[in-house]
Ligand binder design. Sequence first.
Ligand code: ZN
Length: 86
Amino acid sequence: MLPSTYVADVEKSMRYAQEREQRIVFNSFNVTVDGDHRDHKVGYDHGHWTCDCEGFEHHGHCPHTMTMERVLGETVTMGEISAPVA
Ligand SMILES: [Zn+2]
């Protein structure tokens, strides 16, 4: 039989996961997105996205940051997109 503290933790985690919009704020993370031509390093830091691809550099958005927005959905607080580096 599982210890009661474990069961309580699981129950709490299920409730937290259901209330993810109120419970979870992404502060920062880094991921690698495997693009069609090469890997791209995508970063997120307190509402600011970054990517090492040319498209992001020129337009301030790209398929790689948008992919992560789709994947994370409502769990990530969407910040403004970082201004492209001149
Ligand atoms: Zn990109």
